[in-house]
Design a protein around this ligand. Structure first.
Ligand code: ZN
Length: 137
């Protein structure tokens, strides 16, 4: 038994394993199955089984290069979706203490503390010096 376990662990440790895409696909599979509780379709479990098979196949794969590339593609797409959302959240958090303005040259977002009436802010993107007047709360 101990021998079997150590053989299994050695076999699994040589596999690709889990990554962000794995957890995403697993989550989608669970969501599809939950959706099927309401819809009670024949085809939805087939899709879920196919997706789960692919998810497990990726985790047990020996082709690390290809799996890594797939995961990077997934992370790139997520990053493109996440970045504007995080920017909005950040802007919302800072709006009480900072006046948010745009660079006059490149339109990059710049922040000036509200405690100052006028602040000179150098744009981090293009280096242009901007004058920002504090907006009243
Ligand atoms: Zn600029």
């Amino acid at each position: 038994m101990k021998k079997k376990i150590s053989r299994y662990l050695r076999l699994v440790s040589q596999r690709y394993g889990t990554d962000e895409l794995y957890f995403f696909l697993f989550g989608i599979t669970v969501c599809i199955l939950l959706l099927n509780l309401a819809l009670d379709s024949f085809f939805i479990p087939v899709i879920a089984i196919a997706l789960f098979t692919y998810t497990v196949y990726r985790a047990l794969s020996l082709d690390f290069k290809r799996r890594k590339k797939e995961n990077e593609g997934y992370l790139r797409i997520v990053g493109k979706i996440k970045a504007p959302v995080l920017r909005q959240i950040n802007t919302y958090k800072l709006k009480d203490t900072y006046t948010i303005s745009k660079c006059k040259k490149c339109s990059a977002v710049i922040y000036a503390p509200k405690e100052n009436k006028v602040t000179r802010v150098t744009c981090s993107r293009c280096g242009t010096e901007n004058t920002v007047r504090a907006k009243k709360k």
